[in-house]
Design a binder for this molecule. Sequence first.
Ligand SMILES: C[S@@+](CC[C@H](N)C(=O)[O-])C[C@H]1O[C@@H](n2cnc3c(N)ncnc32)[C@H](O)[C@@H]1O
Length: 242
Amino acid sequence: MHSRYSYHYLSKIYDATKSTFWKEYRKILKPYIKPQCKVLDLGCGTGLAIEYLNISNQNYLGVDLSTDMLEIAQKKFPTHNFRIDSITNLNLNISFDVVIMAFDTLNHLLSKEDWMKAFKVANIHLSPSSYFIFDVVTPFDHKDVWPNHSDITESESWLYIQRGDYNTKSGIASLKTTIFHKEKEFWSRHDETIQQISFSIDVIKEMLQHVGLHCQVCLDTNTRNDPHVNSNSIVFICQKIS
Ligand SMILES: C[S@@+](CC[C@H](N)C(=O)[O-])C[C@H]1O[C@@H](n2cnc3c(N)ncnc32)[C@H](O)[C@@H]1O
């Protein structure tokens, strides 16, 4: 099952609203991305990893399902390589030094089966010394933070309103966004919903192990300390089981 996302209009405001995450997140990733490292960016979006980690064109491949996100990425980085594909069934027959799946990308896959598929995809693109690094929004954040979340952000040409929600039955958290966009003197309205799911650290580690991956380091993404019950986001740094 593919996630029911589109990032059609969200792509237009993505960089303006999301880049603060990367200011801190890059500090976690930087030690693993040496200058000559080949990087596979699964769910690359608008290519924020390239700018925050300074990855050169010959060392980078970004993969995403959203043509709108990729269009923006390709415009910003015309000589970098991008590919429209799903992170649940990619097989490039080459390995990379680091595979990343950044900024909640995994949460967008709405079933355990798809998480396992994404882990398998990461695994087949790793060599024994490579790293697979990803972050997830936690079940705590989805259950306790998203239902109370609302946000209004504006610039001269757009205004967006976000409301979070959580369905206790399905475990699916959603972020409903209404975007008002100004072109010339006309405003238009667009609605888009992002859905996410999450699992506990133990379940995620089990899934990783099942596909042949071992989580070496697990950190609270914001504090960069050990995760705790109220962690909002957790980063996993993994290698192949030897
Ligand atoms: C929150 S964005 C993160 C983008 C980017 N990694 C970043 O750090 O800004 C999630 C991205 O995952 C992509 N995505 C979701 N499901 C996907 C799938 N099955 N295959 C490929 N990309 C997917 C979306 O299109 C979107 O660009």
